[in-house]
Design a protein around this ligand. Sequence first.
Ligand SMILES: Cc1cc2nc3c(=O)[nH]c(=O)nc-3n(C[C@H](O)[C@H](O)[C@H](O)COP(=O)(O)O)c2cc1C
Length: 327
Amino acid sequence: MSSVVSRRLSVAPMLDWTDRHYRFFARQITHHALLYSEMVTTGALLFGQADRFLSFDEAEHPVALQLGGSDPKDLAKCAILAQTYGYDEVNLNCGCPSPRVQKGAFGACLMNEVSLVADCLKAMQDVTDIDVTVKHRIGVDREDSYDIVRDFVGALAHQTSCSTFIVHARNAWLEGLSPKENREVPPLKYEYVYKLKQDFPDLEIIINGGVKTNEDITKHLDFVDGVMVGREAYHNPYFMAQWDQLFYDDSHAVLTQVQIVDLLRIYCQKQLDRNQGTNMRHMVRHYLGLMQGKKGAKAWRRMLSDAKLLNGADTTLLVEAVGCIEN
Ligand SMILES: Cc1cc2nc3c(=O)[nH]c(=O)nc-3n(C[C@H](O)[C@H](O)[C@H](O)COP(=O)(O)O)c2cc1C
């Protein structure tokens, strides 16, 4: 079982959401949870601007890069890039159902191509020392037998040295549903993921899908090694504030939302000073949910998403927006 990176809790890869600015923000709330990048395709890295997709702030560690692709050679090249940039893990996406991804023959449709997935993982493992992991569903389309995911995981564990499997506990329906619906409509079957852990006790099994509270997390941890949280960690990020204490036995002082904004202001200023095209909108769009439950949250959200205020804004926008929050 992998031991260097703790995956007890992690924040899911989410396209357009878990970019470096979100990850820096999340890291101010939890010191320990593993943070995943958005999915980056091998094409974007090998034929685009690798540095734009890969660079990140040291403070984000532990951080994992998720790759989308199905060509073992390309994935190997990208795994080397991941290691060179200092990522703690590289993850292969076998769960994304979007039609664009299916056209590129990667994502969830790879669950039907287990030998190819094994080749991809081996190619990455051969060239890197960092952990190579997989994120996948429990099946594709309407095939709803447990055997599908058991055989997928079993074959990969047998044919490669991959020992960490992150399982979104629902099927991906490759036709007829949008990616959004594919995160909501196919039913969650947590029992399949628990059973994987029973059948493969030596593997690290991480459960994902529909987790919204610390009580949910506690319950899952009775059955699996770790819990990955996606949407709730984005829409209600301060829910992560208790994680270090509850799940990592680390009782450092928990920052208040207002203290977090102070740190974010310094971060935003640093990014603006670098003059590399980052503007306030790129960063503050991730902060909208921070004040959930506090008086003034609505005004906070309104200010941080007001096109007029954002146009040419500097960090005083954050100072003014936080002024709307009542303690
Ligand atoms: C906006 C958005 C983008 C996503 N992008 C990715 C992605 O790039 N790679 C991936 O493996 N999953 C992606 N997902 C799926 C999440 O990683 C996660 O599996 C899913 O949201 C279920 O977890 P949750 O119920 O905790 O949100 C995305 C989800 C959302 C909401």
